[in-house]
Structure formats: C-alpha cells, structure tokens
Design a protein around this ligand. Structure first.
Ligand code: ATP
Ligand code: SF4
Length: 331
C-alpha cells in the first residue's frame, strides 16, 4: 500500500437553507485519506454522512447556505475553491467517483445497461461509440457481469447485477477514490456478501481508495482501514479500524458497538436511548450530551475538540482517556 495522502479534508462545512433555518449537516469535518486506504464513515441516519460525501465530490443541492473549508485531492488542488468547470474536468468521475445511495434503482429504465456504462466515456473523455463499448465491456468483466448484460435494460437484471452495473459506472473512468454510499443496503444477505467481496477484490486489484458510508459497523469492519464515527454533522471519533473497534473511546462509539448483535455472545444488543438531534438547532456544547450517560456540566456548555489520544486515534470528548475501555467495559 502506498502511503501518499490522496485526500485532505479540513474544516469542511455544508449547511442547507430551509424555512426553519440552516441545517448544519456537515459542521467542521477534517480528515485525511492515504492512497489505497479505505475510510468507513459510520453513524445513524441523518448524521450527515451523505452530505459529507456530496461536499467532497461537490455535488450540491440548490439550497446550499454555506459550503466552506477545503478538500484537497491528489494533485488537483482544492475542490471547494475550484470553479465548477475544473471540478468536472479534473476531479469528478475521473479522480473521485461515487455510487450514490439507491443508485441501482435510478438507472435509466429506457436505456440499455451497456450504453449507460459507456455514457461517461463519451461525454467526459470524448470516446467514440466503439471505443466506449470496448471499455465498458472491460469494466463489466471487472465487476463480474456477463457480456449479454450490455444489451439488457435495467428491469431485466437482478438487484445484485444492477448494483454491479452501478459500480462499473463508477469505475469506468479509472478514478483513484470511489465513494460508496450504503452500497449494499437494498440487497439480501448473500448478494450483500458478494458485493462486499467484489469491492475487496477491486480494491486489491487497482489499489483503489474507498470512502465507505454505512450505518452498519459490522459491514464497515470488512473493508475499513480507518473509521470515522459521525454524530450530528461532526466526526466524534476517528482512527485505525483496530483502535476504533477494539479501543473505542467516545461514549457514542461504545454505545454503537454494544448495539451490534453478536452471534457467539449471550449478551443482548443494547439500544441507544433518545434520538439524534435536530440539525437546525443542535444541542449546545457536546452534541451527544442529552444521550450520554457520562455527561457533566462542562459537556452542556463547551464543545469538545477532536484530540489525538496517541497514534492518530482522535476523539472529541471532554473526558477522553478517562472513559477509554473495550466496548464491553463500560455501562
Ligand atoms: P442517511 O443514512 O439517512 O442518508 P446521512 O447520515 O447520510 O443519513 P444526510 O443525508 O447527509 O445524513 O442528512 C443530514 C441532515 O441534512 C439530515 O437532517 C437531513 O434531513 C438534512 N438534509 C439533507 N439534504 C438536505 C437538503 N437538500 N435540504 C435540507 N436538509 C437536508
Ligand atoms: Fe459524553 Fe461529555 Fe464526552 Fe460528550 S463530552 S461524549 S457528553 S462525556
């Protein structure tokens, strides 16, 4: 694995304008990803995972209220301050591609699958139809799709095949980084396992980097080198998969780990009490304080910074270190 920094995100913010006020979906996120590494972004629904991905690849909705910080990718420079034309020419799909949540269900129903895979090559790279067909055929082999799929319509494919087609679209322009937003959530368990194996093979084969977005910690553990735990628009814990899984230090991560059912243990999975906050009006201080069993006065007043506990294991909690322990060590 090469260890060059491929992506450096710093102070990234993405707020949406709504009639109730700004939704602070991404509120000061910083992280770094090296070439060939996989970052899993884990958190409950509504924690801002997809918004962070949109901010990185700069696919923004119309109601953006605030988009700032920096996203430096490879040698392309800062995506946040780049003009749209440069993002299109230098970064999006060629450098960073994305498998959007639910993408397999938004394939164009009246266009053959092969043509949909060919399309970005023709539009963005100026391929001829024949050239694009050859490349698309190669990309389909890579994801394990048989030749005949080229001339089929989406409704003629199984869910697993559709998802493979969507992954081949993300790979056809040979990006270095692929963002996968809940890529297996609509699939049955066997198909999910097949897609995870495919992602692992593609990562090995091409030295790809992934940002893998999921609410499922167990699934994340299959691919992740590093894990970011997201809560209410912020990263609350970030570190190697080993540190985050074996030495979780943030109370939220500890609760998340204890909510995962384990086959070979007789303990019952726990539920996290309460609900994630409204991002129009998040709680002051530590955003997790209304749900945290360890909350003290300072937690209601002061926002904890993300601090390095050693070995690049970053945690945002006023009592970092004191609460450190295995997932089963605290109650
Ligand atoms: P999920 O797993 O459910 O997709 P997520 O962690 O990916 O959740 P986001 O989809 O990024 O979270 O949403 C973060 C917050 O931003 C949520 O409160 C969501 O309702 C809100 N949100 C997302 N898009 C918009 C938008 N265009 N306008 C207003 N609010 C939005
Ligand atoms: Fe809990 Fe306080 Fe730590 Fe927040 S800062 S996670 S409320 S102990």
């Amino acid at each position: 694995m090469k260890m060059t920094a491929l992506l450096s995100v710093s102070g990234l913010h993405l707020y949406y304008r709504t009639s109730r006020g700004p939704v602070r979906a991404v509120d000061g996120v910083s992280l770094e990803l090296k070439e060939g590494e996989t970052l899993a972004v884990v958190g409950e629904s509504g924690s801002g995972k997809s918004s962070m991905a949109y901010a990185i690849i700069r696919v923004l909705p119309r109601n953006v209220q605030r988009y700032c910080g920096s996203v430096v990718f490879d040698d392309a420079g800062d995506i946040v301050s780049m003009d749209e034309e440069s993002v299109r020419r230098k970064v999006r799909w060629k450098g960073i591609s994305m498998v959007f949540q639910g993408a397999m269900n938004s394939l164009n129903p009246v266009v053959k699958v092969g043509e949909q895979i060919m399309e970005p090559l023709i539009i963005h790279l100026g391929y001829t139809k024949e050239g694009a067909r050859g490349e698309a055929a190669r990309a389909m082999v890579d994801v394990g799709l048989p030749d005949y799929v080229m001339d089929r319509y989406p409704h003629e494919l199984s869910g697993g095949m559709k998802q493979r087609a969507v992954i081949s679209m993300a790979l056809v322009m040979k990006p270095k980084l692929v963002i996968l937003d809940e890529p297996t959530s609509a699939l049955d368990v066997m198909t999910q396992a097949n897609i995870m194996n495919l992602l692992k093979r593609l990562k090995r084969q091409y030295g790809l980097s992934y940002i893998f977005i999921t609410h499922d910690l167990a699934l994340a553990s299959e691919l992740a080198d590093i894990v970011a735990i997201m809560y209410a628009g912020k990263i609350v814990e970030l570190g190697s998969a080993e540190d985050v899984y074996l030495r979780p230090a943030h109370p939220y991560t500890q609760k998340l780990l204890r909510s995962v059912p384990l086959l070979r243990e007789d303990r019952e999975p726990e539920f996290i009490p309460g609900a994630p906050p409204d991002l129009v009006d998040p709680p002051p201080g530590c955003r997790f304080h209304p749900r945290c069993p360890y909350a003290k006065e300072i937690c209601r007043r002061e926002e904890p910074e993300l601090k390095d506990m050693g070995g690049e294991h970053m945690v945002a909690c006023h009592f970092t270190g004191e609460l450190r322990g295995g997932a089963d060590g605290l109650g």
